[in-house]
Design a protein around this ligand. Structure first.
Ligand code: ADP
Ligand code: MG
Length: 240
């Protein structure tokens, strides 16, 4: 589903991604871990071409993302992304936040988009908030709306960039449990998170990044018990 081959990326003279080789197969949940500034967000943002790669090949669901003629519209329809800050439209009700893209981009009828939106609101456990405005919701509820909005496009891949980092501790669990549900249903997911419990329990694979490189690409069992790299051991000793 996702394949990085010898990918390098520069911001000017600064190399942010260094020789990235990474494969994600359909239905896999890959959790990306690493210190701040190690390139995790950049890696994620290359997948839906919010950032472009400088060198190497990147293929996502059959689209050659590194090629300038790649159909980015079509690519982004197939990828949902959830950010640390939910990026909901504050002037739109929850239901309208969710139906906007399906109606405008997928050209689905308003009625059908509403029906679909309600099923996803049900899935994330906030069906009763359909007519509320984002400002009337808790952070955890807003993030669940953001996830429902992503799902409403029926994506083949969901990308999460620290989806719980801006949340109060007491609502982190409700967002993680929605993500866990998606994982159990076979969604292909790449998740950047500092939630080590989630990583251990839900990830099929852990990617550990440091200074733009992938230093570990292994199972959670191995990563948490005995990572090969001293940098990974040091990182774990600080976060666990
Ligand atoms: P992470 O998500 O792991 O914290 P990022 O991918 O956000 O890391 O950033 C990696 C490095 O690239 C950081 O040193 C950051 O300052 C730098 N960086 C990120 N975005 C840009 C940009 N648009 N221009 C220049 N440097 C950037
Ligand atoms: Mg980041």
């Amino acid at each position: 589903m996702i394949s990085f081959r010898q990918v390098n990326k520069y911001y000017g003279d600064f190399q942010v991604l260094k020789n990235i080789n990474l494969d994600v197969v359909e239905g896999e949940v890959v959790v990306v871990i690493g210190p701040s500034g190690s390139g995790k967000s950049t890696l994620l943002r290359c997948i839906n071409r919010l950032e472009t790669v400088t060198e190497g090949q990147l293929e996502v669901d059959g689209t050659q993302v590194d090629e300038s003629k790649a159909d980015i519209q079509s690519l982004r329809k197939r990828i949902g992304m959830v950010f640390q800050h939910f990026n909901l439209y504050p002037h739109l009700k929850v239901i309208d936040n969710i139906t906007l893209a399906p109606v405008q981009v997928l050209k689905i009828s308003k009625e059908e988009a509403r029906r679909t939106a309600m099923t996803y609101l049900e899935k994330v456990g906030i069906r009763d908030k359909a007519e509320a405005f984002p400002s009337e919701l808790s952070g955890g509820q807003q993030q669940r709306v953001a996830i429902a909005r992503g799902l409403a496009m029926k994506p083949k891949i969901m990308l999460f960039d620290e989806p719980t980092s801006a949340l109060d501790p007491e609502v982190i669990g409700e967002v993680l449990s929605v993500m866990k549900l998606l994982a159990s249903e076979g969604m292909t997911m790449v998740v950047v998170t500092h939630e080590m419990g989630f990583a251990r329990e839900v990830a099929d694979r852990i990617i550990f990044m440091d200074e733009g490189r992938i230093l570990e690409d292994t199972t959670p069992a191995k990563f948490f018990a005995e990572p090969d790299q001293p940098r990974a051991r040091e990182f774990l000793s600080k976060v666990i």
